[in-house]
Structures are given as C-alpha cells and as structure tokens.
Design a protein around this ligand. Sequence first.
Ligand code: SAH
Ligand code: SF4
Length: 374
Amino acid sequence: MPDSAAPDRPNLYDFSREELGSLIASWEFEPYRASQLWEWLYVHKVAQFDAMSSLPVALRDQLAVDTRLGSLELVQTVHSSDGETRKFALRLPDDQIVETVLMRYEGVRRTACLSTQAGCAMGCVFCATGQMGFARDLSAGEIVEQALIVARALEAQGERLSNIVLMGMGEPFHNYDNTLKAIRRLTDPDGLSIGQRRIAVSTVGLVPAIRRFAKEGLQVRLAISLHAATDEERSALLPVNRRYPLADLLDAVRDYVAQTGRRVTFEWTLIEGENDTPEQAHALGALLKGLLCHVNVIPLNPTAGYPGAPSGPGRVARFVEVLEDYGIPATVRMRRGIDVSAGCGQLKADIVKPPPGRAKGQESPSSQPYPSSG
Ligand code: SAH
Ligand code: SF4
C-alpha cells in the first residue's frame, strides 16, 4: 500500500536501475541488493516492503523509512457488466485522481490504458479530461505504477498484462520526458518486459514531439487524434490545431513514417452531424491517401460538458466505406465498458461531481475511446 502519510519521500518507481544502485551503495549494502530490489519491484511486483524476503531486514527498514513504494491509492474500481473492462480510480498524494483502465480481449490480450497527466491542458471540447483543465504531469513512476496495479490484478486471476496504451487522461507528448522514461521502464527486458510493439502512444498532434519521437529508435506504435480533415473544423474541436495546423501535422506524420517505416493510426471520434458525413470522409480520404496508415473510428462517448451525440451505426458504416474506397483501412472500435464511465476522464468526473439525475449504472451508452492496437 502506498504510504500517503509521507508524500515527500522519493517514490522507488521513479528510480532508474542506476539510481537504485546509487541509493543502495549510499547505504553501504552490496551492489547485488539493487538487482534484487529491482526484481521485487518489476518482476515480482510486490506491493509491500515486507514481501521482499530476500533483502536483509535492515535494508527493508531503511527503504521503508527513506522511500515510498508507489504513490497511488486505489479509491474505486468499476467493472463493466460483461466483466471485460475494469476501471481503476487512483488517488495521488496531492489528492489528484487519475484513471487506469484494464481491457480484456478474446485470447490472451490484456491491455492497460494509462494516464500520463492529471487533467489535460489541450482543451479538446468533447473530452471529459479536457473539460477539467490541467492539474499536473505524472512522474515516470506514477505512470509505471498504473501498469503494475493492472498487472497485479491480472496475476491474481492467473492472467498477464500483455499490452499498454498511453491513452488515458492527459496528453503524453505534453509530458514527453516522463512518458518516454515510463516507456523505457515498461519495456525493460529485465523488468515488466512488455514488447515495444505492444505499446501504443496517442497524441493530439504536438508536432515537435512527433518529430522527436521519430528519432527515439522505438518500435512503439503511434496514434494521432485527428477527428477532422479541415483546419476550420479541427480547430473547433481541438484548440491545439491553431498552433499546429493540419498541413504541419501531416508533414510531421509523413516524415515519421518515412523515418521509421512504421504505420501510424489516426483516431476519429464520430460525432453525429459534426464530423461524420460522407463529404467529410472524402476529405479525410483525400488527406491520407497514399500514407501508410490505419484509421480507427470511435463513436463519441457523450460527456457532461459537450452537447454532441455519437453517430448511429448507418453513418458509421458509410464513413468507413468511403475510406475503404480510398484504400485506407478503417476499423470501428468496439463499444467497451458501456457502464463504467469508460470515456477518458469520465470516472473522475463522476467521483468528483456526480452529474445530477445520473445514477451509477444509468450512464448513457458509451464507447471505449481507447482504441487498442496490436
Ligand atoms: N491526449 C491523447 C491521448 C488521450 S485521449 C490524445 O488526445 O490523443 C485518447 C483518445 O480518446 C483520443 O483520440 C481522444 O480524442 C479520444 N476521446 C477523448 N474523449 C472522447 C470522447 N468523449 N469520446 C470518444 N473519444 C474520446
Ligand atoms: Fe487532452 Fe487527449 Fe482529452 Fe484532448 S482528447 S483534452 S489531448 S486527453
């Protein structure tokens, strides 16, 4: 359990392997103790110092006095009625709340959707997190600990965490350094060892960060939230488009594909009458034609702060057909977690301020906005 009485102690999940080594050396324990500690953290994934049975009691005591084993406190778990989606609300030491989602798919794919910030500064109009505004960046350790919480929950039922999407609350590329640190920690072959290709990061379209990401030499998948194919329409939904308009964004994405040889995913949240017409699908087709890409279309999750509604099945199907005429593969993402406030930031919105007249279990049908890849 995280020790919320001691928020000032350094969080062990924020330490790199080298930093753990220095810490252990500074207390004059043998260097191999650092490797053992690393294994307790990321291979055995224990949640208590007491469980680190191969470490001397003196070291465990020192760790308990001078550090903290994580900083996230589970405040609520909500299961979807079909049992395939579970949403965790987690409290940070400064009382911020972030959300992590576990999605089970057929077969062995078990995906954790992690948050990278408390709130978000990007202000996308249809997003519950955007409607909250920005509180703060999560540290690398706070991002990684979310994966550990999901992995522990899965292991308790004999399953394993296989995939990660950085598509929860916040804009990962607005917290670039901590996000990259977390990705490297999650993929460390001597730790959690999640394959790079089983991780996807989604960005609202921060152009300089996309260009930087292309040079990281990672096999991690990249998703871009597009939602509109003209600057006027996109700026109305995603204010960040005024800073990084479509031409600049598409240039960066083309360069990313050329540099990495990797396919990108575009996300398109379908809002009835707003961005779901055949004309808009044609505009998208023309914009993306010839680019190595895939489009995920996801009917909108209605949120308290935005009046839009999800597109109906007929309009969704027509949209996808038009894209296919352009040779652009498109997938309609399944509606997941209909009854768990599955939208980005929606559970926190419910916890902090329950919307009037909307009791638990009566949420309007909502789709899972976390397209999985892999
Ligand atoms: N900040 C990043 C990642 C988190 S949001 C980004 O914007 O890409 C993950 C995805 O959910 C994005 O594509 C986002 O546009 C989408 N999304 C946010 N709110 C939604 C909602 N209410 N309904 C459907 N999709 C939503
Ligand atoms: Fe932030 Fe992504 Fe929500 Fe936009 S959609 S407000 S970038 S979390």
